[in-house]
Write a protein that binds this ligand. Structure first.
Ligand code: PXP
Length: 245
């Protein structure tokens, strides 16, 4: 079984558009968990245009009410990010190398170039009993020393897979199979997460092709799907009021 962690950043983006508290992301997250999601993910960026750092504590409080559900915080490990995450103590932190102002995460770590930095940061999270996942590209050249940085998991960055899936899915998955095989052989203790641009169309083939993915975090597509699959009910609710008056 692969855990589904819902990335609620886009709900927070809509909330921030009006500067008030609608939608309330705690209530949305609670619904996600009640409907069966295994966890909640947020990615507080330095400009806080999506989730804000002040969202972290109430979300941790919410998720910790549920057994076997997890809170995952993603982001670039700046001093501020590290401090805030350690204060909240989520189940997992996912380290992403995106610079401030990035539209979305668009590449994984070069674990060779950043090995000293990453191993120091990971040590700090481990000292605070927080599991660490590191966002990586499907290319083993940058992953030769995963044992030195001592990460618990890697999150496979699935953009390339997702964007090539329709044209040729068996070609699109190749580098992911290769890199996951490499990691399983060389670093058998490291577990796998995956995320970015996964959706209802491409998710199953990915999970069938790469066994034992512990968690997928999905945001954008899942939220777009709620517009579509939840739209009928919502319009009916409005019509129930408007059509009778
Ligand atoms: N993983 C990471 C590291 C991300 O930055 C994001 C987007 O915030 C996701 C997964 C989820 O991607 P998507 O919104 O395309 O499902």
């Amino acid at each position: 079984m692969t855990a589904l962690s819902v990335n609620i950043n886009k709900f927070a983006l809509v909330r921030n558009a009006r500067g008030a508290d609608m939608p309330n992301i705690i209530s949305i997250s609670e619904k996600c968990l009640q409907y069966g999601a295994d966890g909640i993910t947020v990615h507080p960026r330095p400009d806080e245009r999506h989730a804000k750092f002040s969202d972290l504590s109430p979300l941790q409080e919410l998720v910790s009410k549920y057994q076997n559900k997890e809170f995952n915080i993603e982001g670039y490990p700046s001093e501020n990010f590290i401090e805030k995450v350690i204060n909240v103590k989520p189940h997992q932190v996912t380290l992403v190398p995106d610079p401030p102002g990035a539209l979305t995460s668009s590449f994984g770590w070069d674990c060779e170039k950043n090995k000293n930095f990453l191993s120091d940061v990971i040590k700090e999270f481990h000292n605070n009993q927080i599991r660490v996942s590191v966002f990586v590209n499907p290319s083993k050249e940058t992953l030769e020393n995963l044992d030195i940085i001592a990460t618990d998991r890697v999150e496979l960055y699935t953009y390339e897979y997702a964007h090539n899936y329709l044209a040729n899915k068996s070609e699109a998955i190749k580098s992911y199979i290769e890199v996951s095989q490499f990691i399983k052989n060389e670093f058998p203790k490291i577990e796998f997460n995956a995320g970015h641009d996964l959706n209802l169309e491409n998710l199953e083939y990915f999970l069938r092709s790469i066994k034992n993915i512990k968690e997928v975090s999905i945001g954008h597509a899942l939220i777009c799907d709620t517009f579509e699959f939840g739209l009928e009910k919502t319009i009916k609710k409005y019509l129930d009021i408007s059509s009778k008056l």
